[in-house]
Design a binder for this molecule. Structure first.
Ligand code: ZN
Length: 167
């Protein structure tokens, strides 16, 4: 039996409260207001690589500020994720404008966000890039817990229980 882990390292389960802001300081996302901590398994690709890297070696209770560039976040926007679709693919009663967001579905039924980039007559250009692609992300994280992963969690590649994966 090895000692319980006290620092963030590969293979342990970490719980965090975080606030994500953009470069202008606008809050994009947070689980600090009454939410459960987000749990992730270190080294399993559960969270953004740049955020995970900033947390390595930290302990429960530590407050970590992480600046995550696009390359370690959601990547740079890619032109090949711009796609022209017919106007008829959208509900007819909507006044389509650049910046509007819709939800698309892949052939296997997974939902992904779609943003209208351009409207020209009967042709609409949609942008399937992640909404945060190309952005530097500013995280403020409080580490709420560090614990050993169970054998099952290690096998699945994600944590179970509060804040983790439910089957
Ligand atoms: Zn699982």
């Amino acid at each position: 039996m090895s000692a319980a882990p006290t620092t963030v390292q590969s293979g342990v389960v970490v719980g965090i409260y975080y606030t994500l802001r953009d470069a202008q300081g606008n809050e994009i996302d947070s689980n600090k207001k009454g939410g459960k901590p987000l749990a992730f398994l270190v080294g399993a690709g559960n969270i953004l690589p740049g955020l995970e890297k900033a947390l390595i070696g930290k302990s429960k209770g530590d407050v970590v500020k992480a600046e995550v560039p696009p390359a370690e976040g959601y990547g740079e926007p890619k032109d090949e994720l711009l796609e022209a679709v017919p106007r008829s693919a959208f509900p007819p009663d909507i006044d389509l404008k650049p910046g509007m967001q819709f939800q698309g579905n892949t052939q296997d039924g997974r939902a992904f966000p779609v943003k209208v980039a351009k409207v020209e007559g009967d042709q609409v250009t949609i942008d399937k890039n992640h909404p945060l692609a190309g952005q530097t992300l500013f995280f403020e994280v409080t580490i709420s817990g560090v614990r050993a992963a169970t054998a099952e969690e290690t096998q699945h590649g994600h944590p179970h229980g509060p804040g983790g994966h439910h089957h």
